[in-house]
Design a protein around this ligand. Structure first.
Ligand SMILES: [Fe+2]
Length: 278
């Protein structure tokens, strides 16, 4: 499930500035470079040399070697080993317009009970895959209500007649006739599996992750080499990642809503936001 990263240098700079409440001019002043260069970096038009990247990292409290590796295209996470636990994960690469998003089919091997984690914006592809694999969907689990993650809900609900779960603090998505609400630490049964709900807000006010054995479906909280956009709260998102996700064992697999799968250990070693603190 390795692949190109969701976030480039420009995204990392913008999200990091957001955490400090800085404008592009503030970053330019703090790192001693031109504001027009910051502008070009954030528009993916310019990747500076390593000295400038070092200055940017120091100004933004990012881990410089990790930032440089990502900016220069030298790092993607290692392909993850399949979890030896009694379930199968199928990753679906879907698109909302031209924007790629991932949703996942989680199946208990013993019972074939299946949940889809996020619907993507292309529910036809989810339905096609479940038919191909002869799976009967029993549950729809949403990490959050953004359209690219929940936009396919209505058709999946009509097709599979199954309940949908979401955190109680998240805005209610339309399309489910049986919407159920979750709290941090709650367990959801799927066949013989127990799925734990981890409250990981900050990207949205009710963002959650789903943990089954040593695999976590983390929505838009953390990406390989970066973090989600802090739409509701930057400190809360940072804390969700450092306290709820990166405290899990290093071999824990992370399946984000965008970009490649990774592990806790990979992110602790290579994510410029978290190398210093995890
Ligand atoms: Fe999102």
């Amino acid at each position: 499930m390795a692949g190109s990263l969701e976030d480039e240098l420009g995204d990392i700079l913008e999200k990091s500035r957001d955490g400090k409440g800085w404008t592009q001019s503030d970053l330019a002043r703090a790192s001693g470079i031109k504001a027009s260069d910051v502008y070009r970096m954030e528009r993916y038009e310019f990747v500076p040399d390593e000295n400038i990247l070092q200055n940017l990292a120091e100004a933004l409290d990012l881990h410089a070697p990790s930032l440089i590796a990502i900016a220069k295209g030298r790092w993607v996470p290692q392909p993850i080993e399949p979890d030896p636990s009694p379930f199968d994960i199928v990753c679906l690469d879907l698109f909302v317009g031209t924007y790629p998003v991932k949703c996942y089919l989680l199946t208990c091997k013993a019972t074939k009970a299946t949940a889809v984690i996020d619907t993507g914006g292309n529910p036809e592809a989810v339905i096609k895959k479940t038919k191909e694999l002869n799976l009967q969907l029993e549950k729809i689990l949403l990490t959050h209500a953004h359209f690219d993650h929940a936009g396919g809900l209505e058709l999946l609900d009509k097709t599979f007649h199954c309940p949908t779960w979401i955190d109680k603090r998240e805005p209610c998505p339309s399309g489910s006739r049986d919407l159920r609400f979750l709290e941090d630490g709650e367990m959801i049964k799927l066949g013989n599996l127990n799925i734990e709900v981890l409250f990981t807000p900050g990207h949205t006010s009710g963002g959650i992750s789903y943990k089954v054995h040593d695999s976590v479906f983390s929505g838009d909280a953390i990406f390989a080499g970066s973090m989600g956009r802090a739409n509701s709260s930057w400190p809360e998102l940072y804390s969700s990642i450092t306290q709820k996700l990166l405290t899990l064992p290093d071999h824990t697999r992370l399946f984000p809503g965008h970009g490649p799968a990774t592990t806790v250990g990979e992110e602790k070693r290579n994510n410029p936001f978290f190398c210093r603190t995890a």
